[in-house]
Design a protein around this ligand. Structure first.
Ligand SMILES: *[C@@H]1O[C@H](CO)[C@@H](O)[C@H](O)[C@H]1NC(C)=O
Ligand SMILES: *[C@@H]1O[C@H](CO)[C@@H](O)[C@H](O)[C@H]1NC(C)=O
Ligand SMILES: *[C@@H]1O[C@H](CO)[C@@H](O)[C@H](O)[C@H]1NC(C)=O
Ligand SMILES: *[C@@H]1O[C@H](CO)[C@@H](O)[C@H](O)[C@H]1NC(C)=O
Ligand SMILES: *[C@@H]1O[C@H](CO)[C@@H](O)[C@H](O)[C@H]1NC(C)=O
Ligand SMILES: *[C@@H]1O[C@H](CO)[C@@H](O)[C@H](O)[C@H]1NC(C)=O
Length: 174
């Protein structure tokens, strides 16, 4: 009995020993991974076609963000948007976070840094989320007051795709 569970623990933990994410899997999460074949830990992500429009100072328009998100480890591919009609899905008092079309993925945009958060094994009782951040380098052009967007600045990432690993695994903030 003891030997059997040791063997299966080894078999399960081996792929992760070789994997890239820079976080430690807590015991409670390792147990879920062992018990549920469909529980795959998020390793890294790719952001493509990142675009941001920021209004000129004094404008009452909202920032607009659009990008495509892919996590090959968990086979998630979704689009993410931030605009005037977006509402934070995080707890009040914390930095606003926005859900992507697939709400397993959320993002936080703060002063040039994109933090993405992916729920770990959302189909289980896990309340953990993996997070990783990238600081984007942007190339911008001004948009005029009489354009559809309005007066502001329209930017794309100088690098596309942008790839990064998850660096933390924490309980979802309540
Ligand atoms: C923004 O300002 C314009 C012009 O001052 C006004 O017409 C519009 O209602 C305002 N929009 C919001 C969301 O406050
Ligand atoms: C999100 O993507 C995953 C992986 O493709 C899928 O299993 C899940 O059902 C999706 N969730 C929603 C809410 O679309
Ligand atoms: C605005 O953002 C929401 C999600 O916050 C998204 O569902 C909607 O499609 C976006 N609208 C546009 C025009 O991109
Ligand atoms: C945002 O980034 C700019 C440039 O890196 C910096 O000067 C500014 O202090 C930052 N603001 C905040 C609120 O972090
Ligand atoms: C942004 O530029 C800095 C300095 O050139 C570089 O180290 C960093 O990797 C770049 N980030 C991205 C996401 O392109
Ligand atoms: C917008 O304004 C600029 C500068 O005033 C002008 O050159 C341009 O023709 C205008 N464009 C439209 C679509 O009205």
């Amino acid at each position: 009995m003891l030997i059997l569970s040791l063997v299966s623990a080894l078999a399960v933990s081996l792929p992760f020993a070789a994997a890239k994410p820079a976080y430690k899997i807590p015991a409670i999460m390792s147990k879920l991974v062992q018990e549920d074949d469909t529980c795959i830990m998020p390793e890294g992500f790719r952001i493509q076609k990142f675009r941001i429009w920021s209004p000129q100072a004094g404008s009452n328009r909202s920032v607009n963000i659009n990008f495509e998100y892919t996590d090959d480890s968990t086979s998630i591919n979704t689009c993410c948007h931030l605009n005037q009609s977006s509402a934070s899905v995080g707890p009040p008092g914390l930095t606003p976070r926005y859900a992507c079309n697939n709400d397993t993925v959320q993002f936080i945009w703060q002063n040039g840094t994109m933090t993405v958060v992916e729920k770990a094994c959302p189909q289980t009782s896990s309340h953990f989320e993996a997070a990783g951040s990238v600081t984007l380098n942007l190339t911008c052009t001004n948009t005029l007051f009489n354009s559809t967007a309005g007066a502001g600045s329209s930017c794309v990432s100088t690098k596309d795709p942008i790839e990064a690993i998850f660096t933390s695994l924490e309980p979802t903030p309540q």
